[in-house]
Design a protein around this ligand. Sequence first.
Ligand code: 13P
Length: 255
Amino acid sequence: MRQLLIAGNWKMNHTASETETFCRNFRALGLEDHKVEILLCPPFTSIPAMVSVLDGTPVHVGGQDMCYVESGAFTGAISAAMLADAGCSHVLLGHSERRQFFHEDDANVNLKAKKAIEKGLTPVVCIGETREQREKGVTEKVVRTQLLGALEDLSTEDILKLVIAYEPVWAIGTGLTATPEQAQEVHRYIRDVLAERTDDETAESLRILYGGSAKPSNAEELLSEKDIDGLLIGGASLKVDDFYQMIVTGDKLNS
Ligand code: 13P
């Protein structure tokens, strides 16, 4: 059985001092003995505070992006080695906001995934269609292209190190959640593409998260779907109680 992963993407929210307060309150709720895996991805400047306050807990910390180059003259960029050295184990790659506002494409995500794996980080590769693409009926084509593009030249051994996140762009930050059936349909399709690209066993063992207006009130129905192996949560991960509640929901379903 795939262990559920409950992940928070804070995007550009929470200063380092706000992060410290969040993490103290979060820790006070009890972070040991959960059945799900937990990941939080704060802004770069909050990583040290989070790593320090959550030290000794099983919570993983991740970056929200990284540069595909090792080091050098790339003003404003953060390398995989810097994330790892700061205490990160994961990194989000290809989030739709990176694609939309920073013009990242599949080739770029592929280079980043290779570098992240080389440096021992677990990439969480984000894919998903826009509203127009869904309305045009090209959802499968879009997620297939994004997925295969991100995985180009990766060995099965490396693909096994990834987490995939399906985030329909029209559901992000809009309050419009994909129905569990809509999400399950795409998750199943993604797993089929993974099986085609690798083999059945690899595809069955990879985790595919759902993201897009996930919240305490819809976590259970989403996580109950066969091919939904966790959540990538934006807005609701900024509130300690909401995020914790979703972890508890995951625990119940993972037991
Ligand atoms: P929301 O949960 O705020 O819709 O954001 C989802 C997301 O983009 C997570 O990466």
